[in-house]
Design a protein. Structure first.
Ligand SMILES: [Zn+2]
Length: 186
């Protein structure tokens, strides 16, 4: 089967052959991947069978590239809504059900109206229904328990959690670098 070049993204690995990120998975469009090849910034690790031609030359599209220069992962994770969801594995920390990103919001464990601040240790992933029920009440008042005490995650921890959520598109040449089925370390 022949794929259009636009459905041939390249998996981008760091110089240690680990994906730059798992979730979202680090990929480039075929144009960006070829550009990086010409600029000598990456090694081509694996290729698609798809070929693109210019009048003078033809290339196989890269399916996996690795950076020539290692990019260190900052230890501190950015405090973003998405990273809060990722830390909590998209599980509402009150009803313990799993939701899609668009069905989630975050909740201040100690409500802001009671002096709670917006920080890793006071913010949890929450479904809309639990969020409405909780309102500005405290956990004690509602008899609610958190699934897990919120903590500050490291980028390494978030990356490991991201491995549990494979993207929709996976080229078979990517499997060697992703290991979606492997167990996470405790
Ligand atoms: Zn809930």
């Amino acid at each position: 089967m022949s794929l259009a070049p636009n459905s041939c993204p390249a998996l981008v690995l760091n110089a240690d052959y680990q994906p730059l990120s798992y979730f979202p998975l680090s990929t480039w469009s075929w144009k960006d991947a070829l550009k990086a090849v010409f600029l000598d910034r990456v090694n081509v690790v694996s290729e698609y069978n798809q070929i693109v031609r210019s009048p003078s030359i033809e290339f196989k599209l890269p399916s996996v590239v690795s950076l020539k220069d290692y990019i260190p992962l900052p230890e501190k994770a950015a405090f973003t809504r998405f990273n809060v969801f990722l830390r909590d594995k998209f599980i509402c920390q009150y009803c313990t059900n799993t939701f899609k990103v668009e069905e989630l919001t975050f909740d201040h464990v100690l409500p802001r109206s009671r002096g709670g601040t917006t920080m890793w240790e006071n913010v949890v992933t929450c479904c809309r229904s639990c969020n409405t029920q909780k309102g500005n009440k405290t956990l004690q008042k509602l008899g609610l328990k958190l699934k897990k005490q919120p903590h500050i995650p490291s980028n390494y921890e978030l990356k490991e959690i991201g491995r549990m959520f494979p993207p929709n598109f996976l080229h078979q040449s990517w499997n060697d670098f992703l290991y979606w089925d492997s167990e996470l370390e405790p």
